[in-house]
Write a new protein. Structure first.
Length: 264
């Protein structure tokens, strides 16, 4: 019995995660076109027809662009909280009542042999939330679009085997960049996105003896670079003596290319 995953896409232009066990195959968000989502799933050896459900984190287009298309094409149930449903329904197109399910914040649901725990985050959406996946003693965390990482969130995600964690922007690149000040202020605020530095400080508090992999996710195309994010996070974790001798590795994610299908 294994817990497998692939970060199908991650970045400002589109986000999706695939999580699978012996009994369940879940898609978390589908922020690219239906055609591109099909391609990404097939690139890791998964037929979209094998999916059991789509879980939605929040209604922003880089997380739901392909949700309606995939749900209709493959007759998939969609799970989201009530406020997210209210905000995104108009953008999904026609979805039958039989495909609509509620999954509220701070709730735990069982999908076959996979337990999924939701937790709320501070982001400028209706009621954004992300997920912790539990299977056979293994723990996988998806945590992006957080605004800031609260102590409550840290308690929920502590000591995961795998973290898929937001490192959205380099603060200096953002401040010096071409965005209007109103957008910069939003990104830097408590309902915006987590910087490389803040990601590192939060990770230093939650990485534990079980942790083997950390994926830096949701990087801004304009205000970050993979090498810079990895270098910044790695340096701060080293300074904090993170892991206390336990070995873990940092990995990149990409907005258009899936990570290798990996077992926890």
């Amino acid at each position: 019995m294994t817990l497998q995953y692939s970060v199908l896409a991650s970045g400002s232009s589109g986000n999706a995660l695939y999580v699978a066990t012996d009994e369940q195959r879940l898609l978390i968000d589908a922020g690219l076109s239906g055609k591109k989502m099909d391609e990404l799933l097939k690139s890791i050896g998964c037929s979209p027809k094998e999916l059991d459900a789509i879980l939605v984190t929040h209604e922003h287009s880089d997380h739901i662009k392909g949700v309606g298309i995939l749900a209709r094409k493959y007759d998939l149930p969609i799970y989201a909280n009530a406020k997210t449903w209210q905000s995104m329904e108009k953008d999904l197109g026609t979805i039958s009542t039989e495909q609509k399910f509620h999954f509220e914040r701070e709730e735990v649901k069982q999908f076959g042999d996979l337990q999924v725990e939701s937790f709320g985050v501070s982001h400028d959406a209706a009621e954004p939330m992300f997920y912790v996946f539990h299977h056979a003693g293994k723990k996988l965390v998806l945590a992006t679009d957080m605004g800031y990482v609260s102590e409550r969130i840290k308690g929920t995600i502590q000591n995961a085997d795998v973290f898929i964690f937001e490192a959205n922007h380099d603060i200096n690149m953002l401040r010096m960049g071409r965005y209007p000040w109103s957008v910069k202020r939003r990104i830097l605020s408590d309902v915006g996105h987590v910087s490389n530095e803040d990601a590192a400080y939060a990770l230093a508090d939650v990485i534990g003896e079980k942790t083997s992999r950390v994926y830096l996710a949701h990087l801004s195309k304009d205000n970050n670079m993979k090498d810079l994010a990895r270098m910044t996070v790695s340096q701060i974790l080293d300074e904090r003596d993170c892991g206390h001798g336990h070995q873990f590795s940092l990995y990149d994610t990409d907005p258009e290319k899936a990570t290798e299908l990996t077992a926890v």
